[in-house]
Design a protein around this ligand. Structure first.
Ligand SMILES: [Zn+2]
Length: 167
């Protein structure tokens, strides 16, 4: 079977995602499954004739987060701190940070990848906190920065070891 590529940006970094609602559950019986492009975020369905995906995803995240170490400036409620991005996707990241930031807090993030222009995330929301790490979802990113973010994630995915087969 042909490897899947994204119909919009042609990226090969697509990931099988959870089915949404009764229609998609029915479709999956007919081998039509939902996928999510890891680069441009497009969600699309494809017929994967004869492929059965066993449900193993414990979390319902649609995006693979790639391990990395990117320095980040963090601003919230008029306070400033520094952190390190440990896992990054186009939709969010895990942020290592000393300052205790509560769940639900809105942040402004500036990622500073080495030798590259900074990436500003205008609004990010803290979704979870776990021993010095904050799980952050990107809420608003200006298009030019979104583009840089996508490029950075694409580079990381390209450099990362091959992902295990969809599960
Ligand atoms: Zn795409």
């Amino acid at each position: 079977m042909d490897p899947l590529t994204c119909p919009k940006c042609r990226s090969q970094f697509v990931r099988r995602v959870g089915r949404d609602g009764a229609v998609e559950r029915l479709l999956s019986v007919a081998y039509v499954y939902p996928f999510r492009c890891q680069i441009c975020e497009l969600r699309f369905k494809r017929l994967r004739w004869g492929e059965r995906y066993v449900r193993v995803e414990l979390d319902r995240r649609d995006f693979t987060r790639v391990p990395t170490a990117i320095w980040a400036a963090v601003v919230w409620q008029g306070r400033q701190s520094q952190g390190t991005v440990r896992d990054l996707s186009v939709a969010g990241c895990w942020l290592e940070i000393d300052a205790p930031i509560p769940v639900g807090e809105l942040l402004r993030l500036t990622l500073e990848p080495e030798d590259e222009a900074p990436i500003h995330v205008e609004v990010a929301e803290v979704r979870s906190v776990q021993g010095g790490r904050a799980g952050v979802r990107f809420v608003r990113v200006e298009p030019v920065h979104r583009e840089r973010l996508c490029q950075t994630v694409a580079d990381l995915l390209t450099a990362a070891p091959p992902a295990s087969p969809p599960g």
